[in-house]
Design a binder for this molecule. Structure first.
Ligand SMILES: *Cc1c(COP(=O)(O)O)cnc(C)c1O
Length: 385
């Protein structure tokens, strides 16, 4: 089986004539009245994928328009109608807009940027599988997403049709590699598959005796929360222990629809964890990040990772200094519930895996004592004998 599909590049989408605003708004209004708005398939089918339609919905700056006109092989453009309603139509500085609307900076590459920053391709024993750590693997089941994040770490394959996961070989590899006890299913986004396609994959993994933990990495509960249906969670909970890592960026993403999706997952006994990429002018503010982490806890989503933005080509406009991340961590630890404090990691360029970076709380250490500072900056000594 092979489930990948190439998306049209947003560059080609430039010539699409698009629909008039009246037509779009009328169709959205009709969808709201008929309830189709709440149907994830409607949301997926009606994604905004071209500039002309986009221009009907929000004010597109000249710079953004130039990004659509620029030529080159780039990440496709797509936003669900639901997620588009979170974009401020008039504010070019809107944090949510920056993460999904292309900018001309995407075409710039700086010195240390790479096509495959996390070295996934070289740790791939079978196409579609990354075996980087001793006991767990990353299974890239597709290259399609419902919404394309402009800072995507996997932009080399996502939406391009260049990822060809060899399912049969992957299952065979996993059968043989008895050291693998944890499979992280990602892509693309696994949750753009139908329940049946997903169940084919998950049940096949569950049939492998040494696989203890199965998890999915996804942004769908945030950008297409309608996808988290009763049927979906009913299917997933058959395969416990089953976990989910959800990509959240900003407190404004937490809407009634997202709350409902997260509650449904938690009520099905699916532990959910958040992953957040630290992005300049999006969430690089200690208060914004703290609000996000605290809100996530109220949804029973446990903050898991804050990622330093990977040095992927065309993302320099998103990158912050490490000190920004450290300041955020400093603002969380001790100042709020420990559960709301994720781990700040750098996925080591070249394929070293995720490495934690943390503010220094150890001031000095020798055989007799360790000198520590706490979250308030006070110094304490712990004597070892
Ligand atoms: C992130 C990642 C994992 C999972 O890492 P955890 O720290 O266990 O969540 C596994 N494999 C690869 C290649 C990854 O990038």
């Amino acid at each position: 089986m092979s489930y990948t599909n190439a998306e049209p590049s947003f560059v080609h989408a430039y010539t699409d004539p698009g629909l008039s605003l009246d037509t779009i708004q009328a169709s959205w209004q009709r969808a709201r009245e008929t309830g189709e708005w709440h149907d994830w398939r409607w949301q997926f089918r009606n994604r905004i994928t071209d500039i002309e339609t986009l221009k009907q919905l929000i004010h597109v700056s000249r710079e953004e328009e130039n990004a659509f006109k620029a030529s080159g092989k780039n990440l496709p453009f797509a936003v669900t109608p639901y997620y588009m309603t979170l974009v401020d139509p008039h504010n070019p500085q809107d944090p949510i807009r920056k993460t999904v609307i292309p900018r001309i900076d995407e075409f710039a590459t700086s010195h240390h940027e790479m096509i495959d920053p996390c070295g996934e391709d070289k740790n791939s024993p079978v196409p579609g599988l990354v075996h980087r750590y001793p006991d767990r693997v990353l299974f890239l089941v597709n290259d399609m997403c419902s919404v394309y994040c402009r800072y995507c770490t996997r932009s080399r394959v996502v939406g391009s049709g260049d990822l060809h996961p060899e399912y049969a070989h992957i299952f065979e590899y996993l059968e043989q590699h008895t050291e693998v006890r944890d499979v992280l299913i990602s892509g693309g986004d696994p949750l753009v598959f139908s329940d049946d396609k997903l169940e084919d994959i998950i049940s096949r993994l569950r049939s492998i005796k040494h696989i203890e933990v199965i998890r999915i990495g996804t942004k769908v509960p945030v950008v297409l929360p309608q996808r988290v249906t009763d049927n979906l969670v009913k299917m997933l909970k058959k395969y416990h222990p089953f976990f989910m890592s959800i990509h959240f960026l900003h407190p404004r993403e937490i809407t009634p629809e997202v709350i409902e999706a997260c509650n449904r997952l938690a009520d099905a006994g699916i532990p959910t964890f958040s992953q957040t990429v630290l992005l300049k002018d999006v969430n690089d503010d200690p208060d914004v990040m703290k609000t996000l982490m605290q809100k996530l806890l109220t949804l029973r989503v446990r903050p898991y990772y804050i990622y330093q933005c990977d040095p992927v080509q065309g993302t320099s406009h998103f990158r912050t200094p490490i000190t920004t991340g450290l300041k955020i961590m400093e603002h969380l630890r001790g100042h709020t519930t420990g559960y709301a404090v994720p781990t700040y990691v750098i996925d080591a360029p070249g394929g070293g895996g995720k490495i934690p970076v943390s503010p220094d709380y150890v001031l000095s250490r020798d055989e007799e004592k360790i000198v520590l500072r706490n979250y308030e900056g006070n110094t304490f000594e712990y004597h070892l004998n």
